[in-house]
Design a protein around this ligand. Structure first.
Ligand code: ADP
Length: 260
């Protein structure tokens, strides 16, 4: 079943399209990475898809229906810089968030406990968030986004601000969660996308430049006799660059592509 689709989604700020005629669809049960350099429009795309901001034009369909307030509730969103109350414990925070999501006190407590276990924070449930590591905070953020049992989890750069340990914790959690929930996450690091996603959407200057599974992309690039490495960054031989019209110098300038 197609869970989310966007058709010609456009968001214009100051007469500049930040999201530019973006179209894609993905099925329930997948983990999709929205990948692109800083400023590509990832956050704006996610915020628009989640219903936090309105598109200038285009349509979003969620589970077969045009996006509305009801189906927006089926989306859990973790912003790039989530705000926590540091003086609260992880559990107090999730109970509070549950109450904001109109759960009864009792249900909030139950849900908080279940989620803390799900994200591996049961043992730190009563510790103040101020004492949490970056990875723990991000896992708490994921639990927060799942408080209302969404069908789709949208995570904006969930690992980009983390140290290697935190990054590993969160990627492992995403790997586990993707068995239960559809995930759409943004990243500017290809190896993160390679590790956990089933499909990629490559965004550049607001436009989708490539999409497909890693295998699709590998095959596509290899066919064009372009060497591609998913260990870190894309690697393309300079003499073959013309074969990829969408490979622009700005990708190279930003270190997104390495040309050898
Ligand atoms: P990314 O998440 O890929 O780094 P963003 O979606 O945050 O990209 O931003 C894409 C572009 O849109 C940037 O040039 C940014 O300055 C611009 N932008 C984002 N939000 C706004 C806004 N509220 N008003 C004006 N410009 C914005």
């Amino acid at each position: 079943m197609i869970l989310l689709s966007a058709d010609n989604l456009t968001k214009i700020y100051d007469r500049q399209p930040v999201v530019d005629r973006v179209s894609f669809k993905f099925e329930s049960g997948k983990c999709i990475a929205l990948i692109g350099p800083n400023g590509a429009g990832k956050t704006t795309t996610l915020r628009t898809l989640s219903g936090l901001i309105k598109p200038t034009s285009g349509t979003i369909t969620f589970a077969g229906k045009k996006q509305n307030a009801d189906n927006r509730e089926s989306i859990g969103y973790l912003p790039q810089h989530p705000v926590f109350f540091k003086w609260m414990s992880g559990k107090e925070f999730l109970v509070y968030v549950g109450r904001l999501a109109h759960l009864s006190k009792q249900k909030s407590v139950k849900r908080a406990e279940k989620l803390l276990e799900r994200v591996g924070l049961s043992e730190s449930a009563n510790k103040r968030i101020g004492k949490y590591s970056g990875g723990m905070k991000q896992r708490l953020g994921i639990a927060q986004a799942m408080i209302h049992q969404p069908k789709l989890l949208m995570l904006d750069e969930p690992v980009s601000s983390l140290d290697p340990i935190g990054r590993r914790e969160v990627l492992t959690l995403m790997e586990e969660l993707k068995n239960d929930i559809t995930i759409l996450f943004s990243t500017h690091i290809l190896s993160d996308a390679d590790e956990v996603s089933d499909e990629l959407l490559l965004l550049h200057e607001g436009r989708i430049m490539e999409s497909g599974s890693m295998t699709d992309l590998r095959e596509r690039y290899q066919t064009a006799k372009i060497e591609l490495s998913f260990e870190g960054d894309l690697i393309v031989y300079r003499e073959k660059l013309n074969a990829l019209k969408h490979v622009t110098n700005s990708w190279i300038d930003r270190g997104y592509l390495h040309v050898t």
